[in-house]
Write a protein that binds this ligand. Structure first.
Ligand code: MN
Length: 416
């Protein structure tokens, strides 16, 4: 049920940011960036509320959420409860409304920043349909799923240095590639630039080196979730990926949405992982529903054209939850830190329109997409814009993530 707010725009059933949501982010409006929440079509300055003693002191006058995230689940809940009291449509908060109003800004007039300092970024490969599709294209249908796939969530260590907030332009990467019929590799602009539709789990509580965490402990450590586009250079990837996995093909950019949606907001949308095809070992077994029913989509705007929806899928299609990924990540004794970001892996459903990358949607470029404006695309061209969107649909309300988009700039010139 919608929790009504005295901020009227938050009560629209289509609004991504009702009182039920209360995501966390970082904004500025000419001054220093500081922490905020989104409510309706407004951004609410949490540093101002903290200074007015309307919220517990959590270090909101900072350009990143890390300090607040490190405080743990009790502090997260106390702030959520405090905001709910201040913003609910009941008489109890009449006295504080003037102070809250003074801390509100029109969302259209502020700048949103990377919501937390990304400590490290790990990307997984935990969607079975995606792994099957890509494996089929790269290695043939009989070797599509590697032998370890049904036993561990496969991942690789990505780069935190190039994780950027939605709206940041992305320079087409340069790299080394080798066409199948070429004698030698060459260096130049990526020719097969792609997206990957993913969710990112944001680690709030750290874990010490040498100490594995259980799936339940891992779930408790997670602060919230963002949309994540794991931009991918498929031609660079195909040449470099064996035997250590993707490297430069993924290192040039990862875009996330500006709001971290908390586990508390997503609680009504928990769902179970799909049936296990092989039993998992005890340290990775599901203990309770830890995936979420989140409707996801991708729209593509070819240069000079209009947006077309090219994919519609759901987070519940993942084979492994973020908690299972985090438990696996720590299982060797790897320390996890506040601000670690875990990419889910590309989220593809079983149907073709549910595929979360162009590689799959065009089947390696063999079946071009025709967009609503008549333009066709195999991969991303310069000037194109790609946007991920997502929300959990409740009864009469939705919990949204905001936009996760980026446009492609031409590659730098390479000297011949
Ligand atoms: Mn990925």
């Amino acid at each position: 049920m919608l929790k009504p707010s005295w901020i009227a725009s938050a009560n629209d059933p289509q609004c991504p940011f009702p009182l039920n949501n209360l995501p966390f982010g970082v904004f500025s409006n000419g001054g220093a960036p500081r922490c905020a929440t989104a409510i309706g079509d407004k951004v609410l300055d949490l540093a101002a509320l903290e200074a007015a003693n309307l919220l517990p002191a959590c270090g909101f006058d900072e350009p990143a959420l890390n300090g607040f995230m490190a405080k743990g689940p009790e502090a997260w809940q106390a702030v959520r409860d405090g905001l709910t009291r201040l913003l609910a449509d009941d008489a109890a908060n009449q006295d504080s409304r003037a102070m809250v109003t003074a801390a509100l800004h029109d969302a259209a007039e502020v700048q949103l920043h990377l919501p937390f300092q990304v400590s490290e970024y790990t990307d997984f490969y935990a969607g079975k349909q995606h792994a099957t599709n890509v494996g089929t294209m790269f290695r043939g249908p009989e070797n599509a799923l590697p032998p370890n796939w049904l036993h561990i969530p496969i991942g690789y260590n990505g780069r935190a240095s190039t994780v950027v907030v939605s709206g940041t332009d992305i320079r087409r990467p340069l790299g080394q590639t080798k066409a199948p019929d070429a004698a030698l590799p060459s260096f130049g602009p990526c020719q097969r630039l792609d997206i990957e539709l993913e969710m990112g789990a944001v680690v709030g509580l750290p874990s010490p080196m040498g100490q594995p965490v259980s799936v339940d402990e891992a779930d408790a450590m997670i602060f919230g979730y963002v949309l994540l586009n794991d931009w991918s250079a498929r031609d660079i990837q195909a040449w470099e990926y064996q035997p250590l996995g993707p490297f430069q093909a993924k290192a040039f950019a990862t875009t996330i949405s500006p709001w971290v949606v908390t586990k508390a907001a997503l609680e009504p949308f928990r769902c179970a992982t799909p049936e296990r095809e092989k039993p998992l070992l005890p340290h990775l077994q599901d203990t309770s529903p830890m995936l979420y029913d989140i409707e996801l989509g991708v729209s593509m705007t070819a240069k000079g054209g209009a947006p077309s929806v090219i994919c519609q899928t759901n987070y519940r299609h993942m084979y492994y939850s973020a908690a299972q990924q985090l438990a696996h990540h720590s299982s060797s004794g790897c320390a996890m830190r506040t601000g670690d970001l875990l990419g889910s892996g590309t989220i593809s459903g079983p149907e073709k329109h549910q595929f979360g990358s162009l590689l799959e949607l065009t089947w390696g470029g063999k079946e071009p997409l025709t967009l609503d404006d008549g333009q066709t695309r195999r991969f991303i061209e310069d000037g194109d814009t790609l946007a991920l969107h997502g929300h959990a649909q409740g009864e009469g309300y939705r919990v949204g993530f905001g936009s996760c988009k980026g446009s492609i700039l031409p590659a730098l010139e390479v000297e011949a």
